[in-house]
Design a protein around this ligand. Structure first.
Ligand code: DHB
Ligand code: FE
Length: 282
């Protein structure tokens, strides 16, 4: 049967993609951020997951305001990347696992989650930057797993509640664990933490709230479901709603997790950047 070995979180700031492309990881500005990743690389090298479920929020590349699925799952053999205008080099396609995708979709629809299945999906920086951060070199990295993108709407209100995100993750976890093949799966929650890119509060970061989220997501994720969506925007900024992805990831891990590593650095571009590694306890 498939095993979920753990979960990883990271911000997916496009400027990080540019820093990687330009070899700036050791610059004074970037080093405190990139220093958060080597312990995760070592863990991934040791456990070598076969598949990464990459939970992210599309920002207008795969979907736009005219057609906005609340929850979408990739069901393709590969996922292309395209130019979003951030100046990041376009990356080669990411191999998928359509068989596992359909198993997850079957299981979750049976579980009464109404999901949009995508046999074609272009993946944006929300997906690609975390793949680059966790598996440097991507296709040249022998350990890069097959990937399945899952996108939730954080762009156009109404967005899902934090409770729905956690419940989605729980259902996702059940679907993955019922897959009959002996594969190892890691679940990524990308985005966040607090940031607001536009409007009067552009540049808004809330360190206290971010740190509370990083603590509670380990020990008491159910408590976080009491935060309303409006409160989330107030506390984390308009784009801080990306914390929904972290909650989806957390739900999939089950009750018992061991926090192995974390890093928090502000600001990275306009964002409070949180990185976490949680291991599932059998
Ligand atoms: C930034 C952060 C994001 O999550 C994003 O999608 C785009 C930009 C930023 O801080 O620059
Ligand atoms: Fe984002």
């Amino acid at each position: 049967m498939a095993t979920i070995i753990g979960g990883l979180t990271t911000s997916h700031i496009p400027a990080v993609g540019n820093a990687i492309a330009r070899g700036l990881k050791d610059d004074d500005y970037w080093k405190p951020f990139f220093d958060g990743y080597p312990p995760i690389h070592a863990w991934l090298e040791k456990h070598k997951p076969d598949v990464a479920i990459n939970i992210y929020n599309d920002h207008g590349l795969g979907f736009f305001l005219d057609q906005m699925p609340t929850f979408a799952i990739g069901a393709a053999h590969e996922y292309i990347n395209e130019d979003e205008g951030w100046g990041i080099p376009v990356l080669p396609p990411f191999p998928g696992d359509a068989k596992l995708s359909w198993h997850i979709i079957e299981g979750m629809v049976e579980d009464e989650f109404d999901i949009t299945s995508c046999q074609e999906l272009a993946v944006d920086h929300g997906f690609t930057v975390p793949m680059q951060l966790f598996w440097p070199g991507l296709g040249d990295n022998p350990d890069m797993p097959r990937a399945i993108p899952i996108s939730a709407n954080t762009v156009q209100h109404p967005i899902p509640t934090l409770k729905r995100a956690l419940d989605f993750g729980k259902s996702l976890g059940r679907a993955i664990r019922s897959y009959p093949e002996d594969i190892k799966v890691v679940v990524l929650g990308t985005g966040g933490l607090s940031h607001q890119l536009d409007g009067e509060r552009a540049g808004f970061i809330n360190k206290e709230f971010d740190q509370m989220c990083m603590e509670k997501i380990v020990t008491a994720p159910e408590e976080l479901t009491k935060i309303s969506r409006h409160e989330l925007v107030r506390q984390a900024g308009a784009q801080g709603t990306e914390f929904l992805m972290w909650m989806m990831m957390r739900g999939a891990l089950g009750d018992k997790v061991r926090p192995l590593h974390q890093n928090y650095h502000i600001p990275v571009s306009n964002t409070g950047a949180g990185t976490m590694m949680l291991e599932c306890i059998e």
